[in-house]
Design a protein around this ligand. Sequence first.
Ligand code: NZQ
Ligand code: ZN
Length: 381
Amino acid sequence: MKFSFLNPTKIEFGQGQIASIKNNIPADSKVLVIYGGGSIKKNGVYEQVVAALAQHNWQEFSGVEPNPTAETLDKAVAIVKEQGIDFILAVGGGSVIDGSKYIAAAALYDGGAWDIMTGKHKVTKAVAIGAILTIPATGSESNGASVVTKAATHDKLAFMSPFVFPKFAVMDPEVMVTLPQRQLANGVVDAFVHVCEQYLTFPAGAMVQDGYAEALLKNLTVLAANFKHQDQAWRANLMWTANQALNGLIGAGVAQDWATHMIGHELTALYGVDHARSLAIIQPSLLRNQMEHKKAKLEQMGRNVFGLKQSDELAEQTIQAMEALYHSVDVATQLTEHGTDKNTAVEAILKQLTKHGLLKMGEHQAITLENSRVILEAAVA
Ligand code: NZQ
Ligand code: ZN
């Protein structure tokens, strides 16, 4: 095990914490408040932000879409540059926070902003960001990752940089009461798969990472089982669990495999599938395809998370338990939204994987294009 670990984001957790932004944003800042399609105007979040920023100099940019597009975000980049904005307050879910990271990095770069997503430009600085989280799922509120789509070409790409970690993240579970059940289910599934991507590789004897990953996975199975009985504690536990699932801790010093996300991103970019739903479609088939590499960890997960007994079928039973968990919150494990025949869809997805250079994925580089084809044959209806 060898790693550096720093998570610099200050967490402000609990009811009423939106007011804390007053003290967490420097008083002399020129602030741009960024939000999405307007859900924050229906649940009191916007009013709380306005009250907390009463003494600040601020303006706003709205309309960041789910799966944010560069086409929209570039308009905000221009505002940040023109107005000399030096603090960005992202108010929303992963889409708004990811979009704000792109804006923050692009505003301090003279070239084309898309260079950040292709890796042509390595980010060395960014405008300071703060986040008010309104949907628990991605962990974006306290990590250095951002996923942005170029709508014109269906390219959904990610970048990572230590410079775009939010300075603070406000997590008030009360804001979740207006979330549609579909989005809450997405949150449970996305967080579950985030843990899996850092856990389901091979045993490395990492007791802290494995033990904490298993605790988070067990939380999510309990939250899914109580999905119809949501209360304050349920919301708080989902918000904190989803955050911890992707704040860097459980992935430190261990092998990771983000192939489910990489293939899932192509489903979203091509067919508009919700992010979490794209993962539930790909993951079971991918795990079956990679069984020889992941068997030991699947068995460990079966025993320690689902309480299953050791047997020759344990790894397969663990995958079935995951499918059952997704189905229990009404998340499907087959792609039906492709609007064409199965063969055309599989070929279209493989073409995008090829375009994005995703020809060898997984902790053993064993998910070749041929294996992606096998995975998609099983995942696409
Ligand atoms: O736009 P508004 O009107 O705010 O509506 C949003 C949006 O339609 C709504 N919503 C959010 N909070 C609400 C609410 N509705 C009612 N009440 C509230 N309190 O929910 C919808 C979905 O929001 P979105 O931000 O898109 O969801 P999510 O947090 O799941 O983010 C998904 C994006 O994050 C990326 C995904 O690829 C996707 O683009 N990811 C980012 C990661 C990261 N930065 O680490 C990792 C993830 O794996 C993921 O790839
Ligand atoms: Zn995800």
